[in-house]
Design a protein around this ligand. Structure first.
Ligand code: 9WN
Length: 414
C-alpha cells in the first residue's frame, strides 16, 4: 500500500507541474500559491531535488522590491479563479496578488538542503531573499515592535474562513465593493466554502489596499483587520531559526544573526498568547488588544516553533482529547463555530498536520506526533488526495488531486 500511495503522490505532483512552478490543483487554483509551493518542494525533493529548488526560486523571482513575497503569482491568464490579476491590480511585471502568506520558505529550504547539500551553492541567493522577506514582516507588520507580526487579511493566514476571524472581521465593512462573480463555488461545493458575506469582506480589504497603491508600509495601519495569529508567527519563528542555520553553514554570519534576533523576539512574545483554559495558544486581535476566544488549529500549530516544553505537552494532550475519529480538526469539535465540512472551520488539512507532527516530535511528544501522522495516512487511504477532510467521517472535500496533500504524504512516508 505504501508504494502505491507514494506512486500516486508523485503522479499528482507531476500532473500539476507547470514546468517551473506547480499549481495547487487544476481548475480551482490555476496559479502559483506561496506556501503551497514551498511545501510542495518538500514532496518534490524525494524524486527530483533540483526541481524542488526551482519551485522556491520561481516564487522568489516574483518577490517585491520591499521584500514582500506575494501569496499568488499569476503566471498565465486563467479566468477560472476570482479574484484575478485585474482585481488586485498590483502592476508587477508578472501579475501577483498584493498580500502574503505563511512564511514556510526558510523551513522548507533548510529541509531541502539537509537532504541535498549539493544544491547549497545554487541556494545562496535565496538565503538573502528569504531574510529580506522576514525583515519585511517585522518592519511592516509589527510597527509597535512587539516581536510578533500581524496579518491584515484572512487569506494571509492560509486559513481563510477560520472561526478565529469572525469577531475582528465584523470591523471590515462590505459597502461600496464592485460587483463580482465567484468562481470557487463553480469548482467546489458552496456548502464547504467560505460564505458570500466573508467574500464581500475579503474583497473590501483588497479594494482598500489597492486604493493605497499597494504601498506595503501603509497597509497595516490602514486595515481594520489586524490579527496576530500564533500559528503564523510560529512558522515565521521556525523559518528564521532554520534559515539562520543555513546561513551560518554558508558563512553568511550577518544574515544568520538577523534571523536569530527576529526569532528570539517572537519566542519572547509568544507566551502572552497562551490560554491555560483551552490548552493552546489563541489569536490576538490588535484592534481591541484582546485574545480571541476561538480554539483553532492555528493555536495548536504553534508547536512548530520551539515553545516551552510544558506548552508542547499540553498541546499534545489537547489534540489527543479531540473527540473526532481523525486529527487534527481545524477548529475544536463541539465548540461554537465548528463545522465538520466547511473549509477551515473544522476539516483536517494535511499540511497543518505535517507541521504539528514535526513540532510535536521535536518537542519529544513522539506518541502524539505518530498519532497525527497515522491519522493523516488513514485519510489518504480512505479518501485519496483531497484538499481537506471531514474529521468525523473522513470524507475528502474541496479540490481533488491536491498538490500539497500529495507532497505531505511523501514526507509522512519518508
Ligand atoms: C486564497 C491554495 C490556497 C491555500 C490556502 C487556502 C486556499 C485561496 C482560496 O487555497 O485559499 O488564497 O481562494 O480559497 O485557504 O491556504 O494556500 O491551495
Amino acid at each position: 500500500m505504501t508504494d502505491a500511495q507514494r506512486t500516486a503522490a508523485i503522479d499528482i505532483l507531476k500532473i500539476n507541474d507547470r514546468g517551473s512552478y506547480t499549481v495547487p490543483t487544476s481548475g480551482l487554483y490555476p496559479f502559483q500559491w506561496n506556501w503551497d509551493s514551498c511545501l510542495t518542494a518538500l514532496g518534490q525533493r524525494h524524486f527530483d531535488a533540483p526541481r524542488a529548488l526551482t519551485e522556491i526560486e520561481t516564487l522568489f523571482a516574483h518577490q517585491w522590491p520591499c521584500g514582500m513575497v506575494p501569496h499568488i503569482v499569476f503566471h498565465q491568464l486563467d479566468d477560472g479563479y476570482f479574484p484575478g490579476p485585474d482585481v488586485w491590480d498590483c502592476r508587477r511585471p508578472v501579475p501577483t496578488s498584493g498580500i502574503t502568506q505563511p512564511p514556510v520558505a526558510g523551513f522548507a529550504l533548510r529541509r531541502l538542503l539537509d537532504g541535498a547539500p549539493d544544491l547549497r551553492d545554487r541556494a545562496r541567493p535565496l538565503v538573502a531573499q528569504i531574510t529580506a522577506w522576514h525583515r519585511w514582516f517585522h518592519a511592516t507588520r509589527d510597527p509597535g515592535d512587539t516581536g510578533l507580526v500581524a496579518i491584515i487579511h484572512p487569506w494571509e493566514s492560509g486559513r481563510d474562513n477560520s472561526v478565529d476571524w469572525d469577531i475582528p472581521f465584523q470591523r471590515v465593512p462590505t459597502d461600496g465593493i464592485a460587483p463580482y462573480t465567484r468562481r470557487d463555488t463553480q469548482h467546489a461545493n458552496p456548502a464547504h466554502r467560505p460564505t458570500k458575506d466573508q467574500y464581500d469582506r475579503y474583497i473590501w480589504l483588497v479594494e482598500r489596499f489597492r486604493k493605497l497603491n499597494w504601498q506595503t508600509d501603509l497597509l497595516h495601519d490602514a486595515s481594520p483587520f489586524q490579527v496576530v495569529d500564533p500559528g503564523f508567527n510560529a512558522i515565521l519563528i521556525r523559518s528564521c531559526l532554520d534559515l539562520a542555520d543555513v546561513a551560518a553553514a554558508m558563512g553568511e554570519d550577518d544574515l544568520a544573526a538577523q534571523n536569530r534576533t527576529m526569532a528570539e523576539a517572537g519566542l519572547a512574545a509568544l507566551p502572552a498568547l497562551w490560554s491555560e483554559a483551552h490548552g493552546q495558544y489563541l489569536c490576538l486581535d490588535r484592534g481591541t488588544g484582546q485574545l480571541i476566544d476561538s480554539p483553532s488549529s492555528g493555536g495548536l500549530l504553534t508547536v512548530f516553533a520551539p515553545i516551552p516544553a510544558d506548552h508542547a505537552a499540553t498541546i499534545a494532550a489537547t489534540i489527543d482529547a479531540q473527540p473526532t475519529r481523525y486529527r487534527v480538526a481545524s477548529h475544536a469539535p463541539g465548540t461554537p463555530g465548528f463545522d465538520a465540512k466547511r473549509y477551515w472551520r473544522g476539516p483536517v488539512w494535511l499540511v497543518v498536520n505535517y507541521m504539528i507532527a514535526d513540532g510535536l516530535a521535536r518537542a519529544g511528544q513522539k506518541e502524539a506526533a505518530d498519532q497525527v501522522t497515522a491519522s493523516s495516512l488513514e485519510l489518504i487511504h480512505q479518501s485519496g488526495f483531497a484538499e481537506y477532510y471531514d474529521p468525523l467521517d473522513g470524507e475528502g472535500l474541496g479540490g481533488g488531486q491536491f498538490t500539497w496533500t500529495a507532497a505531505m504524504v511523501l514526507e509522512f512516508l519518508a
